[in-house]
Design a protein around this ligand. Structure first.
Ligand code: K1U
Ligand code: ZN
Length: 169
């Protein structure tokens, strides 16, 4: 396993639409293992492959609390089959937009279909933080960041702040 570099705004690759995965094989599992290690090290609760520069429809996630055992999740070619009309706000962050947090409103519940680590098709209902995180990560697969849900002014301020941090580092 290896740590990968997490791309930050305004890196153009983050605007890429990720391509579907053709085969769940050992090379893909090696990528997912690297992504998981990178996410834990950041630390974060989710990561899309495009954030490490690989524009494939792959997401890793772990929503376990710090005192709980690790519970890694893998989503390959995820699709949203249904989304609730009811929405809820959540203060989101993103490893590609470091130190910026803001409220985004999304459907409270979604029904998903995806391939798991073994390449098996799974259907699952998501609510709460799981629903927030999977929608945030699936936005990455379309080249959309959570700041794209904010006003133009807030988005531009966020990118400016991240650029300033990068220059200072
Ligand atoms: O960059 C990412 O996509 C990961 C992002 C996921 C996310 C967080 C909050 C709402 C929606 C999606 C993060 O993991 S940001 C860091 C974070 O939330 C966190 C870090 C350490 C402990 C707990 C949370
Ligand atoms: Zn993100």
């Amino acid at each position: 396993m290896a740590l990968r570099e997490i791309l930050v705004v305004p890196h153009p690759v983050l605007k890429t639409i990720s391509a579907p995965v053709a085969a769940v094989d050992d090379d893909l599992r090696a990528l997912m293992d690297d992504m998981l290690e990178t996410m834990y090290a950041a630390p974060g609760i989710g990561l899309a492959a495009v954030q490490v520069g690989v524009a494939k429809r792959v997401i890793v996630m772990d929503l376990a609390r710090p005192e709980e055992p690790k519970a890694p999740r893998f989503y390959i070619n995820p699709e949203i089959l249904w989304a609730s009309d009811e929405t809820a706000p959540y203060e989101e962050g993103c490893l590609s937009v470091p130190e910026i947090y803001d409220e985004v409103e999304r459907p409270s519940r979604v029904k998903l279909r995806y391939l798991n680590y073994q390449g098996e098709q799974v259907e699952e209902d998501a609510e709460g933080l799981f629903a927030v995180c999977i929608q945030h990560e699936m936005d990455h697969l379309e080249g959309v960041l959570f700041i794209d849900h904010l006003s133009r002014l807030k988005r531009e301020q966020a990118v400016k702040k991240v650029r300033k941090q990068a220059k200072a580092a």
